[in-house]
Design a protein around this ligand. Structure first.
Ligand SMILES: Cc1cc2nc3c(=O)[nH]c(=O)nc-3n(C[C@H](O)[C@H](O)[C@H](O)COP(=O)(O)OP(=O)(O)OC[C@H]3O[C@@H](n4cnc5c(N)ncnc54)[C@H](O)[C@@H]3O)c2cc1C
Ligand code: SF4
Length: 537
């Protein structure tokens, strides 16, 4: 790289990505006194000034808020016969900027899928290993959740109560709960990283409902308003926004040496560190590792197992809608309004293993979104709008997709991004277990809506990628032959290289992953701190 200066000021750790994984690791390392530089490819957002969610035309004005200034930056490809919607945000805080903040824990059985169901693999760690880290993250974020008689009967044990009380069910969720009760199901409030009381200097949620377009008052505990400010307060952590890593270089002894990145002006820079953490998400982390080829690693960094990019997983997100005679205003309050986990565990009566979580989901019931969903014009459209707006309620699912090497992320041989780098090529397909599960989920969503008294029920087809939960492409394990990282998320091949995002998941469970990503990231940070203390990094 001619003309490129290597920063003389060596950091202890360079973290790539500042989302649910990277942002958490940076704060933990900074608080332990380590000097950290975070390279974040996206920009910074200022919630109060950047999110126009307070105006009547917010649906138009805020729609593009998280799109990149240069669309070529976020290009990706899929095979023509396997469409996939890649749904993520690049910015300081990562996809949590737009997330709905559903923060459930994995169940104990999720760490033992091979032992329980004879498919996939067990994790090399248990729920008990992760429980203290779940608690730490929940208390940083001020997660709200139910307790006592309202608690979720399927939830795993917890050492501490939720930091803040659960949100109340709105009218729409109460209607769905009536249906669930009739069917003997348990609809309970889901844990949300949206505190119901003031928390760590941020205000309680005011139920404005625009979480996906950004929370103007910073009540939603996205990583940019929780971990990042704490990280920066240590004065040890420096976030370099709009800086996109393109390669990790290696010393002759096989240790990671530096990261080459594009600065905000598009110029290449290089920064060295004693340890490097990649946390770009389960797609971008793969791209960076595969771009980092060298004599020692001709197939991509840390890829001696050949598994970097393999076993890509997401969740089976299906959506169903029903219309009610009563006006329920489902758009009031946080977008998600309760979960049902009665179908979570494997049921021998099903033609598939594992299960799903069903949630009340109403993020798109705003006026313009409703109008856009109704075809036609004029008085007919107006009449339909009257019938539907405020009357339609949505359900969604997170079904477990099993890991399969046929689902993978690799580099597109032709298409390049704005920096001239190959873009990710994503292949995601549903196999027999998923197809059977999708049929059953569709039937369950319909049944619940029917039991609640809905009419004009529509169950939408499964759209690959829509879940926005991407996992599994650098799986964790004890054996370097069939895993990329060890149980502390340290790569088997490169002793000072770590992976800090959902790539390391062995299986994907049937709940939203951000809390588990952050809990694992906290544990990974603890491991790195210990290695520094022992002088091993
Ligand atoms: C609309 C939406 C709703 C969601 N709702 C929920 C929910 O309710 N609950 C839940 O659990 N999950 C939800 N998710 C998913 C959740 O946000 C992600 O699973 C989680 O944020 C992933 O964490 P991560 O750290 O792996 O990646 P991210 O949070 O996506 O962060 C990765 C960051 O790395 C940066 N990056 C990538 N490559 C590079 C590079 N080469 N150089 C520099 N920077 C780089 C990216 O710009 C990005 O900012 C949602 C996602 C979306 C998009
Ligand atoms: S519902 Fe609460 S968390 Fe979501 S945008 Fe409104 S105030 Fe923020």
């Amino acid at each position: 790289m001619t003309g490129m200066a290597l920063s003389q000021d060596k950091s202890d750790v360079v973290v790539i990505g500042s989302g649910a994984g990277g942002g958490v690791i940076a704060k933990e390392l900074g608080e332990a006194g380590l000097k950290v530089v975070v390279l974040e490819g996206g920009r910074r957002y200022q919630p109060y000034s950047d999110y126009p969610t307070h105006t009547t035309d917010f649906e138009v004005r805020a729609a593009d808020v998280f799109l990149p200034e240069d669309a070529r930056r976020d290009r990706y490809t899929t095979p023509r016969d396997k469409p996939f919607i890649y749904n993520r945000v690049k910015g300081v805080g990562g996809s949590t900027l737009a997330y709905h903040a559903m923060n459930p824990r994995f169940h104990e059985s999720d760490f033992r899928v091979r032992s329980e169901d004879g498919v996939a693999d067990d994790w090399p760690l248990s729920y008990a290993d992760l429980e203290p880290y779940y608690t730490r993250v929940e208390y940083e974020l001020g997660v709200s959740g139910p307790s006592g008689a309202d608690a979720n009967p399927f939830e795993p044990w917890r050492s501490q109560p939720y930091p803040t009380p659960a949100h109340k069910l709105n009218l729409a969720s109460r209607m769905i709960k009536r249906g669930a009760d009739k069917l003997g199901l348990h609809l309970v409030r889901e844990p949300l990283a949206i505190p119901t009381t003031d928390w760590n200097g941020r205000p309680a949620c005011i139920n404005a409902g625009t979480c996906r377009l950004g929370c103007k008052i910073s009540a939603k505990s996205s990583i940019d308003v929780t971990y990042i400010p704490k990280a920066e307060r240590t004065k040890k952590v420096h976030i370099l926004a709009k800086c996109m890593a393109r390669e990790i270089t290696i010393e002759a002894d096989g240790k990671a040496r530096s990261v080459i990145y594009f600065d905000p002006d598009g110029k290449e820079q290089e920064i060295s560190a004693r340890a490097i953490v990649v946390a770009g998400n389960a797609v971008e982390t793969v791209r960076l590792l595969l771009l980092s080829k060298s004599r020692q690693f001709p197939d991509g960094l840390a890829n001696s197992s050949g598994l970097v990019g393999k076993r890509f997983m997401e969740h089976l997100s299906l959506f169903a809608y029903g219309t009610f005679s009563d006006r329920l205003d489902p758009w009031r309050g946080v977008p998600t309004g309760g979960i049902i986990q009665d179908f979570y565990a494997t049921n021998p009566k099903n033609g598939f293993v594992r299960g799903c979580t069903i949630s009340v989901e109403n993020e798109n019931q705003w006026p313009l979104a409703t109008a856009n969903s109704i075809p036609g014009w004029g008085s007919e459209h107006k009449a339909r709008m009257k019938e539907i707006f405020g009357h339609r309620v949505g359900l969604a699912s997170d079904g477990e997709q099993l890991p399969d090497e046929r689902n993978h992320v690799t580099l597109d041989p032709v298409v390049k991004d704005n920096h001239g780098l190959p873009v990710p090529l994503i292949v995601s397909t549903c196999f027999q277990n998923e197809l059977a599960m999708i049929d059953t989920i569709s039937a369950r969503l319909k049944e619940i809506l029917e039991a609640a008294g809905a009419r004009a029920i529509q169950v939408e087809n499964f759209i690959p990628g829509y879940s926005a939960h991407y996992l599994g492409t650098c799986r964790m394990g004890k054996d370097p032959r069939n895993s990329v990282v060890n149980p502390w998320c340290r790569t088997h091949d490169v002793p000072n290289l770590f992976i800090g995002d959902g790539s390391v998941f062995v299986t994907g469970a049937a709940v939203n992953p951000a809390l588990t990503i952050s809990a694992l990231a906290t544990r990974t940070a603890d491991g790195i701190i210990t290695l520094f203390k022992r002088g091993e990094l």
